[in-house]
Design a binder for this molecule. Structure first.
Ligand code: APR
Length: 231
């Protein structure tokens, strides 16, 4: 039987690169929780503070290098080729920086912006801005990070591909995600129902632990190495 592997990653895989996770230690910024900042309502009320948070996150990500976890997944991709898909909730771009090619981004990318006036989407790599909130380079309208906020739909193509892989893979690996944010959190259950073996790599227990066939209670860097040895 050919192995077909889908891997779902969350903020935990980038924690060892110095990018704070959203929940748990280091997730707070100026006493705000992500749920209070990453919403369309928060942006409507105070776009400057939301942008300040994103610029702070960008400045941490800009300094970050992919770690052994990201690199291990590049190895897995080169082992499995077309039988591998990386599904990430991360917006930091560290998987691409590591060299991953076969991936879908479920929650967008922090290095892109979208104009709320003219709809332009373009790359924007600044980590600070005199003007807060920053404005569209095309029309001067209000721009927002091109990421998915709470209550917003996920990019449909990415989601459909993720669901299709969860339904058809033989092994589904959940790495470094609290598995609390839907619809991404549904993917391990879809995989399990479809007959896949579910693997979890996380130092902490999560809802996926209950349905996991293999649980690796390690940080992503060590855990993915272990997984590579097991396959
Ligand atoms: N290796 C693996 N997992 C780790 C590590 C590590 N070194 N360090 C922490 N973790 C785990 C934590 O135990 C936790 O389960 O990573 C998980 C991080 O959870 P969250 O902060 O909730 O991140 P994530 O699951 O990616 O959040 C989902 O929520 O805020 C939104 O859109 C945002 O994509 C994000 C989504």
């Amino acid at each position: 039987m050919t192995l077909k592997v889908a891997v779902l990653t969350g903020a935990g895989i980038s924690a060892e690169s110095g990018v704070p996770t959203f929940r748990g230690q280091g997730g707070l910024w100026k006493s705000f929780r992500p749920e209070e900042l990453a919403t369309p309502e928060a942006f409507r009320k105070d776009p400057a503070i939301v942008w300040e948070w994103y610029l702070w996150r960008r400045s941490l990500i800009a300094k970050a290098e992919p770690n052994e976890g990201h690199l291990g997944l590049v190895e897995l991709e080169s082992m499995l080729g077309d039988n591998f898909l990386l599904i990430t909730q991360n917006v930091d771009g560290l998987h691409q920086k590591a060299g991953s090619k076969r991936l879908v981004e479920l929650h967008g990318n922090i290095w892109k912006v979208r104009c709320l006036s003219c709809g332009a989407v373009y790359e924007d790599r600044r980590v600070q801005s005199k003007e807060l909130p920053p404005r569209c380079k095309e029309c001067g309208g209000l721009i927002r990070p091109d990421v998915v906020w709470f209550g917003e739909p996920l990019p449909i193509e990415a989601l459909e591909k993720a669901v299709s892989w969860a339904s058809s893979c033989s092994i589904f690996v959940s790495v470094g995600t609290s598995a609390l944010v839907y619809p991404a959190a549904e993917l391990p259950y879809i995989a399990k129902r479809s007959g896949a073996k579910v693997v979890e790599i996380n130092p902490e227990e999560t809802p996926v632990s209950e349905i996991g066939d293999v649980i690796i209670r390690e940080p992503a860097s060590k855990g993915i190495r272990k997984l590579l040895r097991m396959l």
